[in-house]
Design a binder for this molecule. Structure first.
Ligand code: NAP
Ligand code: MG
Length: 400
C-alpha cells in the first residue's frame, strides 16, 4: 500500500441520521481512510446527540466551520411531530441546515452529477446546470392577510423619524387576499457575491434572471445590485477566467435554459430556485445524483448530498435486508470537501485524490454497475444492479 496522502487542516465532519449515517461510515472506511491520512473535527449531528446536547452540537459544528473553513455534512432528520415521538425528543429541534445557514449565511449551489447511460429528460443537457438559490426573504418571509369585501389595502413604510411612505394596493369590492414581502440589500449583495465567487472558482458562466420589467422597484433592485457588484468587484476576474455574466428576464431565461446544453450557473431568486432546483434535479435523472454546497460570504464552505436520510431504506436495513441506496452524492460531498481543503492548503495530491475518487465513481456507473435507482433509468447495455456496499467496493476497486 503506498503512503497515505497527508492533510494539514482538519475538515469539519458533521455526521447525520438513518441510511445516510450508515453509508457515511462505509464511504469513510472503504474510500477515504485507506488513501488519506484523514484529519477531521467530528461533530455528531445525529438526532440522538442533538437531543443530548440540546442541539448545541449543531451550532458548534457551524462555528468550527467558520474557524476551519471547510465542512462535509451527512443528511440529518428535521424533526416533525412523528419524529418527536419516534425519538422521544424534549423539543422539536430546528432544521440543522437552517441553523447552520443562519450562522454561515450564504448561497446553496446544487449541481447534477452526470454519467453516460443516464440520459437527462432534456437530451440537449449534456453539461450540468448548477442552480444557485437565494435562501432569504421574498414569499418565505411574507406577511399576508385575507381582505373582506369593501376593504382597502395599503402598503405603509414608517421611517426611523416617524415619516410615512404609503401606496394603495387595492380597493376590494369583493373579498380577496394581500401579501407583503421583503428583502434586504445586505442579503441580496451577499447572494450576488457568492454567485460571482462560485462562477470564478468553478470556471462557469453565471446567468441571472428576475421579472424587473413588471417589478420595477423590487426585482429591479436585485438586477442593479448584481450589476454594480459585478462591475466593481468581479469584472476583471471573469475576464481572466474567460467566463461571462448574463442577465435576462425570468421567462426568457427558462426558454433559454431548455434550449441550452448546460454548463453554467443559474442564479435564482428564492422562489424561482425552489421550483427550478426540483425541475433540474428531476430532468437530470435522480435526486441521488445531485450535490449541494453552501458558499458563505465569510469565505467558508460546506458540502453535502442534496437528498435526505432515505428513511424508507433505513427501516429495511434495520430489518436485515440489503439495500440499494445510492451513495454517489455522499461520495461527492466528501470529494468536494477534500478538493477544497487541498486547494486552500496547497495540497495538490489531496485535490488530485478527490478527482480520482469522482472518476472511479462515474467509471463504475458507466461500466454498468449501479444501485437500483439508476438501474431503473440507465440505458447502458448489460447493466448490473448491486447493493450499496457492493457498489462502494466496485468504486474502491477502480480507485488506485
Ligand atoms: P429522502 O431521504 O431524500 O428520500 C425520499 C425518497 O427518494 C426515498 O424514499 C427514495 O425513493 C429516494 N431517494 C433519495 N435519496 C436516495 C438515494 N441516495 N438512493 C436511492 N434513493 C433515494 O427524503 P424523505 O424521505 O422525504 O426524508 C427523510 C428524512 O430526511 C426526513 O427526516 C427529512 O427531514 C430529512 N431530509 C434531510 C435533508 C438534509 O439533511 N439535507 C434533506 C431532505 C430531507 P424510494 O423509496 O422510492 O427508493
Ligand atoms: Mg422545494
Amino acid at each position: 500500500m503506498p503512503e497515505k496522502i497527508a492533510m494539514k487542516t482538519p475538515l469539519v465532519e458533521m455526521d447525520g441520521d438513518e441510511m445516510t449515517r450508515v453509508i457515511w461510515k462505509w464511504v469513510r472506511n472503504l474510500l477515504i481512510l485507506p488513501y488519506v491520512d484523514l484529519k477531521t473535527e467530528y461533530f455528531d449531528l445525529g438526532l440522538e446527540n442533538r437531543e443530548a446536547t440540546r442541539d448545541r452540537v449543531t451550532a458548534e459544528s457551524a462555528e468550527a466551520t467558520l474557524e476551519l473553513g471547510v465542512a462535509v455534512k451527512c443528511a440529518t432528520i428535521t424533526p416533525n411531530a412523528a419524529r418527536v415521538k419516534e425519538y422521544n425528543l424534549s423539543e422539536m429541534w430546528k432544521s440543522p441546515n437552517g441553523t447552520i445557514r443562519a450562522i454561515l449565511d450564504g448561497t446553496v449551489f446544487r449541481a447534477p452529477i452526470l454519467a453516460k447511460g443516464i440520459i437527462p429528460y432534456i437530451p440537449t443537457w449534456s453539461k450540468p446546470i448548477t442552480i444557485a438559490r437565494h435562501a432569504y426573504g421574498d414569499i418565505y418571509r411574507n406577511a399576508e392577510l385575507a381582505a373582506e369585501p369593501g376593504s382597502r389595502a395599503e402598503l405603509v413604510i414608517t421611517a426611523a423619524d416617524g415619516s410615512e411612505k404609503r401606496v394603495l394596493i387595492h380597493e376590494f369590492k369583493d373579498g380577496g387576499v394581500v401579501q407583503g414581502v421583503h428583502n434586504t440589500d445586505e442579503s441580496i449583495s451577499s447572494f450576488a457575491r457568492s454567485c460571482f465567487a462560485y462562477a470564478v472558482d468553478t470556471g462557469q458562466d453565471l446567468w441571472f434572471a428576475t421579472k424587473d420589467t413588471i417589478s420595477k422597484t423590487y426585482d429591479h433592485r436585485f438586477k442593479d445590485i448584481f450589476e454594480e457588484i459585478f462591475d466593481k468587484e468581479y469584472k476583471s476576474a471573469f475576464e481572466a477566467a474567460g467566463i461571462s455574466y448574463f442577465y435576462t428576464l425570468i421567462d426568457d431565461m427558462v426558454a433559454r435554459a431548455v434550449r441550452s446544453e448546460g454548463g453554467y450557473i443559474w442564479a435564482c431568486k428564492n422562489y424561482d430556485g425552489d421550483v427550478m432546483s426540483d425541475m433540474a434535479a428531476t430532468a437530470y435523472g435522480s435526486l441521488a445524483m445531485m450535490t449541494s454546497s453552501l458558499v458563505s460570504p465569510k469565505g467558508v464552505f460546506e458540502f453535502e448530498a442534496a437528498h435526505g436520510t432515505v428513511q424508507r431504506h433505513y427501516y429495511k436495513y434495520l430489518q436485515g435486508e440489503t439495500t440499494s441506496t445510492n451513495s454517489v452524492a455522499t461520495i461527492f460531498a466528501w470529494s468536494g470537501a477534500l478538493r477544497k481543503r487541498g486547494k486552500l492548503d496547497g495540497l495538490a495530491e489531496l485535490s488530485a485524490f478527490a478527482d480520482r475518487l469522482e472518476k472511479s465513481t462515474i467509471d463504475t456507473i458507466e461500466a454498468g454497475v449501479m444501485t437500483g435507482d439508476l438501474y431503473d433509468i440507465s440505458v447502458t447495455p448489460g447493466k448490473k444492479r448491486v447493493d450499496t456496499e457492493a457498489f462502494l467496493k466496485e468504486v474502491a476497486r477502480r480507485l488506485v
